[in-house]
Design a protein around this ligand. Structure first.
Ligand code: GDG
Length: 481
């Protein structure tokens, strides 16, 4: 067994600076916690990779690498930093990735910015990743490329090393062909050919995999048989791997003294009141405005809940150098002000709003304290917050209200599933959640918890890597025939 090389846009940590002191902070995204939990697990040790490496763009200048490298000593993986020109990175990341692929793949075609220089930057940065890896690659390495920022990389790696083992996983939805076809001809075929450089392509849901296969057929004329394609005389498989969470970490988080203290403070502060909670990055895909409209409508339709419920809304800063994000922030804050101004009393405010990144223990305490989690994205590849809320603390009660347009809705069937744009349905769901008998809450939660603990994130990683090696075995069999 050779080495495992993880490739993602950013490295799994960022740098905090205080004066000339640098400290490393682990990034809090789903991918990072998934891979970290896997690296620390027995499964990873048993698989016998000789080494684990992580390649991504560094958020620190090249001249600080020696200092950063010292701080990384003793980790269970090696870091390969890629240093890029800032302007090039901006056009690739803010531009092609987040002002074109992100809105298109989340069904916001009117927000897509078709700019040729964004595309050029995307090709160049994918090439820079391939060039960085080229001299380091060994024939028995397993390379796992992550997400929409690097769709062209698998093909580039394959051209450099035809026998390489490459997996690709898309963390966001793959849109229906009707959306994907809106891209200019050269761009859409390069993206698909790029991904098809892999041996295995992973998606969160069956629908995303089907959409991908249909685009491959319509645009490249490549047929599929179930999940298998024969592309350039090579078997390529597209399958579903719904990402999960570190179930144990969330399930036991409430035993931690710091979490307990936060929990006590929250409950004391809102004594006698029901708590509705949500936490999202500030993003138009998260449906924050529709959620606020639904909550306002709920307070009008069910006035008996006034002064008896609070909505703790935590928004995490994100991509604030993109105009579409900044505009949304102002609109959301205005809406919160309007609702609070209109409905508050001298002793009660319906929405407690914070715009910050919460420390883990506080997040865990809020998950535990929440009677209802209101998670209503307009589109979401998966949505880990929904899974984390369910997993948080054993023997839990509480109700999850979840958008049917989040990938997680496929697995969390016992949640109250809603159309996030239907304010009447969401408002009724809030009332139903707040009045649901405890036994029913417990029953629904127990079923969902069981499912999450059976397929946790370590299983997710192992499952993907197992299938990746299986595809290689099948390819070899085909060659022998
Ligand atoms: C992509 C896809 C897919 C959030 N706020 C705080 C905080 N978080 C953590 C949560 C959770 C993660 O960030 C966000 O989960 P998402 O599911 O939205 O994941 P992303 O990585 O942003 O997005 C998404 C995912 O990839 C995985 O494939 O589910 O659909 O868009 O883990 O806990 N953590 C802390 N404080 C916060 O304030 N500590």
């Amino acid at each position: 067994m050779g080495r495992l090389i993880i490739i993602s846009n950013r490295l799994p940590f960022s740098i905090d600076r205080e004066g000339d002191q640098l400290t490393l902070r682990q990034s809090s995204g789903g991918l990072v916690s998934a891979i970290k939990s896997y690296f620390e697990s027995e499964s990873s040790k048993n698989r016998g990779f000789t080494e684990k490496l992580w390649l991504g763009v560094a958020d620190f200048p090249q001249n600080e690498w020696t200092v950063v490298a010292e701080k990384l000593e003793g980790r269970d993986f090696e870091v390969i930093p890629l240093f890029l020109n800032k302007l090039l990175y901006k056009d690739y990341y803010n531009g092609f990735s987040n002002s074109l692929l992100w809105p298109l793949f989340h069904y916001f075609p009117s927000l897509v910015e078709y700019q040729a220089h964004y595309y050029d930057a995307y090709v160049k940065v994918n090439r820079a990743f391939a060039d960085k890896l080229k001299p380091l690659l060994q024939p028995d390495d397993t390379v796992w490329v992550h997400d929409y920022q690097l769709m062209m990389l698998p093909e580039m790696l394959r051209t450099d090393n035809p026998d390489i083992t490459v997996g690709f996983f898309l963390h966001i939805p793959f849109p229906s062909y009707e959306l994907f076809r809106m891209l200019p001809a050269e761009w859409k075929s390069s993206l698909l050919k790029g991904v098809l450089g892999s041996d295995l392509v992973g998606f969160h849901t069956h629908d995303y995999a089907q959409h991908f296969l249909q685009s491959v057929k319509m645009i490249l004329g490549v047929d599929s048989n179930f999940h298998n394609m024969q592309y350039q005389d090579r078997l390529v498989k597209a399958d579903l791997f719904p990402i999960s969470i570190d179930y144990k970490k969330f399930n036991t988080a409430c035993d931690d003294p710091e979490t307990k203290q936060h929990y006590k403070d929250i409950r004391n502060n809102f004594e006698g009141k029901k708590i509705i909670f949500s936490v999202d990055r500030l993003d138009y895909t998260k449906g924050l405005m529709d959620r606020l409209n639904a909550f306002e409508y709920f307070l009008e339709q069910y006035p008996e809940w006034r002064e008896k419920v609070v909505f703790i809304l935590n928004i995490v800063p994100s991509r604030d150098d993109i105009q579409a994000y900044n505009d949304r922030k102002q609109q959301i804050e205005q809406k919160i002000g309007t609702i609070n101004g209109k409905i508050s009393t001298i002793t009660w405010q319906p929405i407690i709003y914070r715009y910050t990144h919460l420390p883990f223990n506080e997040l865990a305490a809020l998950y535990k304290a929440a009677d209802v989690a209101l998670i209503t994205p307009l589109r979401d590849g998966m949505n880990l917050v929904a899974k984390e809320y369910v997993a948080s603390c054993s023997a839990r009660i509480g109700v999850l209200i979840l958008s049917e347009l989040a990938g997680a809705a496929n697995e969390l069937n016992e949640a109250l599933l809603v159309n996030p744009t239907d304010i009447v349905e969401v408002s009724n769901a809030i009332n139903k959640a707040l009045t649901m008998p405890q036994e029913e809450q417990q029953h629904r939660m127990a079923l969902m918890q069981q499912r999450l603990s059976d397929y946790d994130v370590i299983k997710w990683v192992s499952d993907f890597l197992d299938q990746l090696s299986n595809v290689k075995v099948e390819q070899e069999k085909q060659q022998v025939k």
